[in-house]
Design a protein around this ligand. Structure first.
Ligand code: ADP
Ligand code: ZN
Ligand code: ZN
Length: 821
């Protein structure tokens, strides 16, 4: 019951680390088009910011509430469901609502804002002005409206803002806002449609053909092909121009109209995947169970544990098809899209125009368009990596998370969300199905299926005739006794490679470290080449002849002599993919060898190029890092070798065993997917380790049973929830003191809140003590109750900032942390 001049207020959430939303007044002029979930421009101190409208209110107790400045869009960018989801993220992961909302939008929707200044009147202003102000006025008078930067460059000097601000206050200069969409405007195109009611008879068509063959060609193409087309596609195909379409339109045969155009990257369909597979019994059972939940329009999370090659993708495809048949939409999450061109190809082949793909290789404009396609219901499926969990599809029915154990689902900047967990929450909010798939489920997800939080479905057989490969463990301790010196391939693995090459089969070799050698050492004085800004040794890369820091990316030329004592030659210790590649090429000169790691795949489509050549068997031996282990399905591969299985086991991380087991099982799963049986060789110094044993026996449940006992004894996740605080600062002492203080504050808060059974971890310097010049400390808390961990995290951060400790050090709050070492 709003009277004419009643005020209207909105709650605005800004993408800043603020604990609250801010209230603004809505001026009359904007009231009729303002809506929940819209982007909005608001003043904040002397800045102008882009925020989101998250609520309305009829009154406000505050005095002098500032008005909002503008609404850049016609429609909201968020519906209430997405506002709620982001609110959950903000609460759970301890960030602001605005930060979460901002993460849910593609970069192109986060635009830049600038101010521009102009003289308020066309006459030269009167009054007394400082020298600097006179210069500003002269510049504006001569050149018209300018940004602060432009004024600075022609009126000279810095610290303009005071003079400029004074002029604005006196009303001499007016400020205006420039709002720039980074993606540029939406694109439109001219489209042509055949007029169905005016299709001429054959005689007339023949006459047209005689009179104007080009017009006839265009018309016949429309008549016998797609009857609606972009004008440009007709121009290209028939070498026609606008006059041809003008004539056809004048004759009443076609109509033209403009429509929004969406930029779509080209996609390659996997033609083999166009046709559905007849599901086998296990697959069918999984599908039936999920279908009945979809039919009920209910929420449920499923964990599909399917061994490598068991045909999980076919189950995803048919579950999504089921959702579509119920007029609902679907999100398919994959770990890293560039690494999974096959999965994308299979989806594209099955669903064609119904898919939008979101990935990091897209331009901002393409991402923006994919986002709009989803928002406007022009596609019903979105396939993408982590952030695709926010795809704005209406009427969501299913979210599939493929390789749910993959760490890339966890974002390591604010908001530090885990896309799998967000997927579960989003499904629950939408009465939808969440389907988590993996051959090696995370401990968290499998534990949830044990405790009935999710429903477990299993595929325990390979879908094709292939059986799981036989795995041989090579005890490298024994190899060393027999052949001293650095061993890259043990004798059994080397023989196996030889055999498979002779049989014209393909080989994958895994080595989880890139570069040539991870340590460059002086044998005389013990000096090791280290990064100046990080506390890590530099890796020698032979291709560039340079040393690289794998933490900050810094490079320096290879020192031929020791930096400290001048000795040469230096020693190149350890083993990276380049050194292994060198060795393999020399050992098997007739083989076609390629390397796949971050160094060889940096260009656009780099992964797809190498994987494409591998698929066409233009490569015999592919050697690379863990990116080789991801979901690839190449039937020609019969041998997989793991050069050093122990790399990951030695990390000081409670997930070290889990991640090693996952990596080994996944890479072993690449072998023997066709009709020829596969074989795996794992080189290890710890052949008795349970992670390695379980991987060798393809025994997920044995691994789980062992690992879950460890986790329970130590009280680690999934038994307790964890929050980690990373404290970073340039000064080592200040950073250490702040960390110690944080622990004391932690104890106080635990006491204050009366929580029992909270474990405190640290503080301790991070394993890599210094990265990019910053010293790093960790301090953690664990409790059985997620809400307690959450409350503590908030209270502790607040206490930390209130003491002013945030001035010299940064604090990052990370819930359910991964790899914080
Ligand atoms: P996963 O993702 O579980 O490792 P994939 O989905 O890659 O396995 O499937 C492995 C192979 O089995 C693929 O080549 C796929 O086309 C094939 N496949 C899947 N389901 C069936 C089926 N029901 N019948 C025959 N082949 C199948
Ligand atoms: Zn030296
Ligand atoms: Zn560095």
């Amino acid at each position: 019951m709003q009277t004419e001049n009643a005020e209207m207020y909105v709650e605005v959430s800004l993408p800043l680390a603020l604990d609250t939303t801010l209230t603004y007044r809505v001026p009359e002029s904007l009231r009729n088009r303002i809506a929940l979930g819209m982007r909005v421009l608001v003043p904040l101190q002397s800045r102008i910011m882009l925020g989101f409208i998250v609520g309305f209110r009829g009154d406000c107790a505050l005095e002098r509430v500032k008005p909002i400045l503008d609404l850049p869009d016609e429609e909201p960018v968020f519906d209430t469901g997405m506002l709620d989801l982001c609110k959950w993220i903000a609460e759970y992961y301890c960030c602001s609502w605005g930060e979460a909302l901002s993460a849910a939008l593609p970069a192109a929707v986060k635009s830049s804002i600038r101010k521009r200044y102009r003289l308020s009147s066309e006459q030269a202003p009167e009054g007394r002005f400082s020298e600097r102000q006179k210069k500003i006025i002269a510049a504006l008078y001569a050149r018209g409206p300018l940004t602060a930067g432009q004024i600075a460059s022609c009126a000279g000097g810095q610290a303009l803002s005071n003079s400029l601000g004074a002029l604005v206050k006196r009303g001499v200069v007016t400020e205006e806002i420039l709002f720039r969409e980074e993606s540029g405007p939406k694109l439109v195109e001219t489209r042509v449609r055949l007029v169905e009611t005016a299709i001429p008879d054959n005689e007339t068509l023949l006459a047209l053909q005689r009179k104007s063959p080009r017009r006839a060609a265009v018309y016949l193409d429309l008549l016998y092909g797609e009857r609606e087309r972009a004008a440009t596609s007709l121009y290209q195909k028939h070498n026609a121009d606008k006059a041809v379409l003008d004539a056809l339109e004048k004759a009443g045969l076609i109509t033209r109209f403009t429509a929004e155009k969406y930029r779509m990257p080209e996609m390659k369909a996997d033609t083999l995947a166009e046709n559905k597979h007849r599901l086998n019994e296990e697959q069918q059972r999984a599908l039936t169970v999920m279908s009945s939940t979809l039919d009920k329009h209910a929420y449920e999370t499923f964990l599909l544990r399917g061994i490598t090659g068991s045909g999980k993708t076919e189950v995803y495809l048919q579950a999504i098809e089921k959702a579509l048949s119920l007029k609902r939409s679907a999100i398919m999450l994959v770990p890293e899209i560039s690494l999974t061109p096959q999965t994308v190809g299979r989806f594209y082949a099955r669903f064609k125009q119904d898919i939008a793909i979101l990935h990091s290789g897209l331009s901002d404009g393409e991402r923006y368009d994919a986002w709009r396609l989803a928002r406007h219901g022009k596609v019903r499926i979105v396939v993408g990596a982590r952030s695709a969990v926010f795809a704005p599809l209406p009427n969501l029915g299913i979210i599939v998370v493929d390789e749910e154990h993959d760490n890339s689902y966890k974002q390591n900047e604010t908001p530090r969300y885990h896309a799998r967990d967000v997927a579960i929450i989003r499904a629950r909010m939408n009465q939808a199905v969440c389907l988590l798939g993996s051959a090696t489920p995370s401990m968290e997800s499998y534990y949830n299926s044990e405790t009935r939080k999710s429903t477990r479905l299993e595929l325990l057989h390979r879908a094709t005739s292939g059986r799981l490969p036989e795995v041989h463990l090579i005890d490298m301790r024994r190899e060393h006794v027999e052949t001293p010196g650095q061993i890259i391939l043990s004798t059994p693995l080397e023989n196996a490679v030889k055999q498979r090459l002779e049989a014209k089969e393909q080989i994958i070799l895994l080595l989880n470290r890139r570069g040539f050698a991870p340590v460059v050492l002086c044998p005389m004085c013990g000096w090791v080449a280290e990064c100046r800004d990080c506390q890590v040794s530099l890796t020698y890369h032979s291709a560039a002849g340079a040393l690289h820091c794998h933490y900050c990316g810094a490079k320096r030329p290879n020192p031929v002599i020791c930096d400290r004592c001048g000795f040469n030659p230096l020693i190149y210790l350890g083993l990276g993919t380049q050194k292994a590649e060198d060795y393999i090429m020399r050992a098997f000169p007739e083989a076609r060898v390629e390397r796949m790691d971050a160094d060889t795949t940096s260009g656009k489509g780099g992964h797809a190029l190498i994987l494409g050549r591998f698929a066409r068997h233009e490569i015999d031996i592919l050697i690379g890092t863990q990116m080789l282990a991801k979901g690839h399905d190449y039937p020609g591969v019969t041998l997989v070798g793991v050069i050093n299985a122990d790399n990951g086991l030695t990390l000081p991380d409670f997930r070290a065993a889990e991640q090693s087991f996952q990596l080994l099982t996944q890479v072993a799963g690449r072998a023997g997917r066709g009709d020829r049986p596969g074989e795996v060789y794992i080189q290890t110094y710890r052949p008795k380790h349970y992670a390695i044993q379980a991987a060798a026996n393809h025994d997920y449940t044995a691994f789980y049973a062992h690992e879950i006992r460890h986790r329970q004894e130590a009280g680690y996740p999934p038994f307790r929830r964890m929050v980690n605080f990373m404290i970073e600062g340039e000064d080592p002492l200040v950073t250490e003191r702040a960390s110690v203080r944080l622990r004391r504050l932690g104890c106080e808060q635990v006491e204050l809140l009366g929580f029992r059974g909270v474990a405190l971890l640290g503080p301790a310097p991070a394993t890599i003590r210094r990265v990019k010049k910053m010293y790093r400390w960790n301090f953690g808390l664990m409790s059985r109750s997620a809400s307690r961990v959450n409350q503590l995290a908030r209270a502790l951060r607040m206490a930390f900032l209130e003491e002013g400790l945030g001035k010299n050090v940064q604090i990052k709050v990370d819930l359910d942390p991964y790899g914080m070492f």
